[in-house]
Ligand binder design. Structure first.
Ligand code: PGA
Length: 268
């Protein structure tokens, strides 16, 4: 069975206390579910949570004190800037994240693109800098409803992926730290997930693009996640698709029981 990636993007939810409660709850749920525990310990499942900046240290501490880090449960940042330090009010750097051994970051989430106006160029700078500095990058992309209805899904996705990776030599080993997430904007937070076959069509297109950009060996190893209203009732069919290696979950990642239920069908 393929390795599954279960990533939880908490967005602007959960302060420090709720973060600690979540991690403790996650630990006790994992303890109850042998199948999930053995997927984690045999590297068939990787879980990463992405709390707000203020809760990152607490999440790291709680994951370590619950011994979850040893079994493939990690902590990541929802955002990152491309400079190491300096006059960049409100931003966070890879150096700060690495100070607390937080080695994952989301980049280019649609809320960053559409609410905060992040451009393809900025996303490209962030992607390069984070990869160069040893971060694992989850590069998010996806079309709006309007773009889908105009038949522009593939061209939008191609533009977002190509521009994010522009200037990176395809032989550069840092590309082994790249993970990508297809998140159609119309499916995020709407309760309306993409149909599994439609998500697969775009993820398969994504795999082809990655092959041309990274070469087939690296592209075949690059995890492709789907995100957008993933929940326990639709996860099995989505993750079951050939080119979907896992899921990036928003709303349903806020509760440890619901979060683990997303991968429960794959636990033996
Ligand atoms: P959602 O969010 O699961 O709440 O739709 C997904 C995301 O934005 O990553």
């Amino acid at each position: 069975m393929k390795k599954i990636y279960l990533y939880g993007n908490w967005k602007m939810n959960k302060g420090v206390g709720d973060t600690e409660n979540f991690v403790n709850g996650l630990k006790s749920e994992i303890d109850k579910r042998n199948g999930i525990r053995s997927m984690l310990t045999s590297d068939k499942l990787e879980i990463v949570i992405f709390p707000s900046f203020i809760s990152l240290i607490k999440a790291k501490e709680a994951v370590c004190s619950c011994n979850l880090e040893d079994i493939n449960v990690g902590v990541g940042s929802q955002n990152i800037f491309y400079k190491e330090s300096g006059a960049y009010t409100g931003e966070i750097s890879w150096a700060m994240l690495q100070d607390i051994e937080c080695m994952y970051t989301l980049i280019g989430h649609s809320e960053r693109r559409h609410i905060f106006g992040e451009s393809d160029e900025l996303i490209s700078e962030k992607t390069k800098s984070a990869l160069e500095n040893n971060m694992k990058v989850i590069l998010c992309f996806g079309e709006t409803l309007n773009e889908r209805e105009n038949g522009d899904t593939e061209s939008v996705i191609e533009r977002q992926i190509v521009s994010a990776l522009q200037g990176i030599d395809k032989e550069n080993p840092m590309l082994d730290r790249l993970i990508v997430a297809y998140e159609p904007v119309w499916a995020i937070g709407t309760g309306k997930s993409a149909q599994p076959e439609d998500a697969e069509t775009v993820c398969s297109f994504t795999r082809d693009k990655l092959i041309s950009l990274l070469g087939s060996e690296r592209a075949s190893k690059c995890p492709i996640l789907y995100g957008g209203s993933v929940k326990p009732s639709n996860s099995e069919l989505l993750i079951g698709q050939e080119n979907i290696d896992g899921v990036l979950v928003g709303g349903a990642s806020l509760d440890p029981v619901m979060f683990l239920d997303i991968v429960q069908p794959f636990a033996l």
